[in-house]
Design a protein around this ligand. Structure first.
Ligand code: NI
Length: 177
């Protein structure tokens, strides 16, 4: 497993509608392994393929947050929200592609998601709480949408300017982004 570099906003690859995965292959399994490794290393609770520059509909997540609880690494291929609750909840969201920036985003409190697992089987599960927010945030990535797209333009522009500066500073220091 390899930790892959995470793209930082703004980047056109983070604004792209990703293509469905046509088949489960060894390459896809390797990608999923690397994405989990990259997510845990960051550390984060979710990561979408476009964040490592792969424009395919794959995401990984593990939103177990209780200290000492067993991890629950999940890989979702071609995930789809098939039901969303009318009840909404607000979370202070962040993103590995927008380091150190957080903002409140309102989303459906619960969602049912359908996806293909790495063994090719069809899966469906209802998510609530942090899991619901996380899976919606990651599916947004597959549609080229970032959490800052839900914010008012002024706030979004402020964060984007900070990220442009961050990328410039990192480039100057020779850090690959
Ligand atoms: Ni994100």
């Amino acid at each position: 497993m390899t930790v892959r570099p995470i793209l930082i906003h703004p980047d056109p690859r983070l604004k792209t509608l990703c293509r469905p995965v046509p088949a489960i292959t060894d390459d896809l399994r390797r990608l999923a392994d690397d994405m989990l490794e990259t997510m845990y290393d960051a550390p984060g609770i979710g990561l979408a393929a476009p964040q490592v520059g792969v424009l395919a509909r794959v995401l990984v997540m593990d939103a177990v947050k209780e200290e000492g609880a067993a991890p629950r690494p999940m890989v979702l291929v071609n995930p789809e929200v098939v039901w969303a609750s009318e009840a909404r909840s607000i979370y202070d969201e962040g993103c590995l592609s927008i380091p150190d920036q957080y903002a409140e985003v309102e989303r459906p409190a619960e969602v049912t998601v359908r996806w293909t697992a790495l063994d090719g089987s069809a899966q469906e599960e209802r998510f609530a709480g942090l899991w619901a927010t996380c899976v919606q945030h990651e599916i947004d990535h597959l549609d080229g949408r970032l959490f800052i797209d839900y914010l008012k333009p002024l706030k979004r522009q402020m964060i984007t300017r900070k990220m442009v500066k961050l990328k410039r500073d990192r480039a100057r220091e020779g850090v690959k982004v």
